[in-house]
Ligand binder design. Structure first.
Ligand SMILES: Cc1ncc(COP(=O)(O)O)c(C=O)c1O
Length: 483
């Protein structure tokens, strides 16, 4: 489908890589046909995808990407919460090319390592809070969270507490798609049809202020949701619970932040029951919330941080698990001959670590953490104008992460029936207006690259506001059943 083009960049300026390597001519019909025949598409109903087909993106620069028809989109999702530096950084491309020419691959296992893996781990450890100074490198968020499950088991087994294998996580939390990480995920559609989980997980309510059942009617959060953690641990038995995992700001589940006091209470509960506190910083690590790690907004430090996405800005796959020294010492002081029998071929892949190192260097050099804070303020200031919309129920978030929850009735907070497709209509309308947005149901999730300029932020807000207004007009012409 041909969309209304908003701007067509000259081929040689669209994406810095394009300057040195002319874009190959694309046979779009053939690509679409190959996609239809061979891809197993994720995170979209296959029937919907079969009708619409993919939007094929071919180029990116800064906060913009272009599709194969030359249409420009401002990417308000930064890829998928990850392209914090924006697209088309030549500096990273060059560093990666040099590493491939020097030593394209070797392991970070079995006593072998490479300079980029060591440098990257050390840099991440230097940025991490508290005593989280040991780093296990992975290729992404799911692998990082999967690693937590095994590290926690090993740690407690070495303490003589092998039964501590149950985890507590939160509804709406997303922790990945591998079996263990998906088991931790608290979103129903990741469980239906997938059979039993890999481990026992108790899910508790998150601090979802807008729809909180626990402190309904109270003026402020009562932290009853934090106390749910203690109830879950007691119900399961402290001797059986290994860790609690939570995102500092829930991302894919609809952008749900928590007050600082919530985390203090969580820390106290974990300490009381000898339960590891794991912060899943796959989205928030790398500056997005206005601190390098989301947990730096709190007065307490977790025992483990998992990260991915923003630490390599999507230039190459990379993830990490930052663990407290006590976990390292438990393994070090374990039975003679014990090794960490957990690792991957791509643990510390040198080329990916070069991309990660450059990413962290640029975040510091360009002061992008501060920028996320400043541009986040501008974003929320601008979003205030949307509060008057009859279908905007709640606007929330932190730094450069915002959730805009659409509702059918503002007074009662009644959501739209998902079958009404209101969010999807808005997403498609925004796309036709040159804005890529991401949804969690009918919640619009904004997470633009941290490099976004003032003008680009205003453009983002302008396009979003226009898409919202068109959605309101569309709704006025239809009647939908209540959810
Ligand atoms: C908070 C969080 N944890 C884990 C993951 C899984 O990461 P990956 O897709 O890199 O496996 C994601 C992905 O969106 C995420 O948002």
């Amino acid at each position: 489908m041909k969309k209304a083009a908003t701007q067509t960049p000259p081929a040689e300026t669209a994406g810095s890589a394009g300057a040195s390597s002319p874009a190959p001519k694309l046979d779009l019909q053939r690509l679409a046909e190959l996609e239809r025949t061979h891809m197993l598409p994720s995170f979209i109903p296959l029937d919907e995808h079969a009708v619409r087909g993919p939007t094929i993106l071919v180029r990116g620069k800064g906060v913009f990407v272009w599709d194969a028809d030359g249409n420009e989109y401002l990417d308000s999702a930064a890829g998928i919460w990850n392209v914090n530096l924006g697209f088309g950084r030549t500096e990273i491309a060059e560093a990666v090319r040099e590493q491939i020419e020097r030593l394209s691959f070797h392991v970070n296992l079995l006593g072998l390592s490479t300079p980029p893996a060591i440098e990257f781990a050390a840099k991440l450890a230097a940025l991490a809070p508290g005593e989280l100074k040991r780093v296990l490198l992975t290729s992404g968020g799911s692998e990082s969270n999967e690693s937590v499950i095994r590290l926690s088991r090993l740690y407690f087994a070495l303490q003589g507490k092998p039964a501590k294998t149950t985890a507590v996580a939160r509804y709406f939390g997303y922790h990945g798609s591998t079996l263990g990480a998906a088991s931790l995920t608290g979103i129903e559609r990741f469980h239906r049809y997938f059979g039993p989980p890999a481990l026992k997980v108790r899910h508790i309510a998150p601090p979802y202020r807008y729809r909180c059942e626990l402190c309904r009617g109270a003026d402020a959060c009562t932290l009853a949701c934090a106390d749910e953690l203690e109830k879950a641990i007691v119900a399961e038995g402290s001797d059986n619970v290994g860790f609690f995992i939570a995102e500092p700001v829930i991302g894919s589940g609809g952008v749900i932040p928590a007050p600082k006091e919530y985390w203090t209470r969580i820390r106290q509960i974990c300490d009381r029951h000898d339960v590891l506190f794991v912060a899943d910083e796959v989205i928030t690590g790398g500056g997005r919330t206005g601190q390098m790690f989301g947990c730096e907004h709190w007065d307490v430090t977790p025992d483990i941080i998992t990260c991915a996405k923003g630490i390599s800005s999507g230039y190459l796959p990379l993830g990490a698990v930052l663990v407290h020294e006590k976990i390292y010492h438990a393994i070090f002081n374990g039975p003679s001959g014990l090794a960490l029998w957990h690792g991957f071929t791509n643990t510390g892949h040198p080329t990916c670590c070069v991309a990660g190192l450059k990413t962290l260097e640029i975040i510091e050099r360009e002061r992008l953490v501060e920028r996320a804070r400043r541009m986040g303020e501008r974003m929320f200031e601008g979003l205030r104008a949307l509060e008057a919309s009859p279908i905007v129920g709640d606007i929330r978030g932190q730094g450069l992460m915002a959730g805009i929850e659409l509702v059918q009735d503002k007074q009662s907070r009644r959501p739209f029936a998902l079958t009404a497709g209101v969010g999807k209509f808005l997403r498609q309308t925004a796309r036709e207006m040159g804005l890529l947005v991401r949804l969690a149901g009918d919640i619009i999730c904004l997470s633009p690259p941290l490099v976004i300029s003032e003008n680009e932020m205003d453009m983002l807000l302008g396009r979003l506001s226009a898409a919202l207004a068109k959605t309101e007009r569309w709704l006025a012409q239809h009647s939908f059943p209540a959810a």
